[in-house]
Design a protein around this ligand. Structure first.
Ligand code: DGL
Length: 258
């Protein structure tokens, strides 16, 4: 087990998009991915229980040798990122915050939309991002109940995407932020729903760049391994990885913090 690995977690498959971007930037890094599927979806839980899960998963990742933690989940970042940094001041955390800043730079009509989970909108992080970056631009939040679960389960998310996107277009949004890592996997379907004139921002590549900065070149000696762990059913997660990334990988089961 590499004792200088990068730990990445999400409630389920959403963070696999971030994982893929990190792998592209850091081919030799050793990555450990935890999908907390026994407790998914996070976005429809209360923030206290999501925070408990974020702490349990972080403790587990540190235990197995992670020295950088990527909270590849907007809901968990909203619930716990600040507290995790306080509790583990020596560990660099890279989290997800809705990409309001680049969206504000991109909008022409002065209205941006954010698609995310209920939990993400409830956290203080979203309010603070809007406070810091909106700069007079109107920010329309749209919670998307059921969308992460549909992506997780592989059921057709088309109707939900059409409904949630239409709500943002009706408010005049010309730039839309994907504020949940699961939505990266349906970014093209969202682009289709909103049409060519609307800019859709997926923050996963920017997050991977931040991971690369934080690691500061020290992954050159790694073995390039990826370990996939789930708190749910291993066979199901193997199927999901294959469906979403095109490659099958073995998954290890773990009961974390229970
Ligand atoms: N992927 C997560 C996020 O970025 C959470 C989805 C869920 O579990 O509800 O918010």
């Amino acid at each position: 087990m590499n004792t200088d690995s990068i730990g990445i977690f999400d409630s389920g498959v959403g963070g696999l998009g971030v994982l893929g971007e990190v792998r592209e930037r850091l081919p030799a890094a050793d990555l450990v991915y935890v999908a907390d599927q026994a407790f998914a979806p996070y976005g429809e839980r209360d923030l206290t229980s999501v925070r408990e899960r974020a702490f349990a998963i972080t403790a587990y990742l540190l235990d197995v040798g992670a020295t950088t933690i990527v909270v590849a989940c907007n809901s968990a970042s909203a619930a716990a990122l600040h507290e995790l940094r306080e509790q583990f001041p020596d560990i660099p955390f890279v989290g997800m915050e809705p990409a309001v800043k680049p969206a504000v730079g991109a909008t022409r009509r002065g209205t941006i939309g954010v698609l995310a989970t209920e939990a993400t909108f409830q956290g203080a992080l979203f309010a603070s991002v809007v406070d810091r970056h909106a700069n007079g631009v109107v920010v329309v939040p749209r919670a998307c109940p059921g969308l992460a679960a549909a992506i997780e389960d592989g059921t057709d998310p088309g109707d939900l995407i059409d409904r949630y996107s239409a709500d943002l277009l009706a408010e005049g949004a010309d730039t839309i932020v994907l504020g949940c890592t699961h939505y990266s996997f349906v970014a093209d379907r969202i682009r289709e729903a909103v049409g060519d004139g609307v800019h859709v921002i997926d923050p996963a590549p920017a997050v991977a760049r931040q991971v690369e900065r934080v690691r500061n070149g020290r992954d050159a000696e790694g073995t390039g391994s990826t370990t996939y762990i789930t708190t749910g059913r291993t066979g199901r997660f193997e199927d999901q990885i294959e469906r979403l990334t095109g490659t099958r990988h073995p998954v290890v089961g773990a009961a974390i913090g229970t």
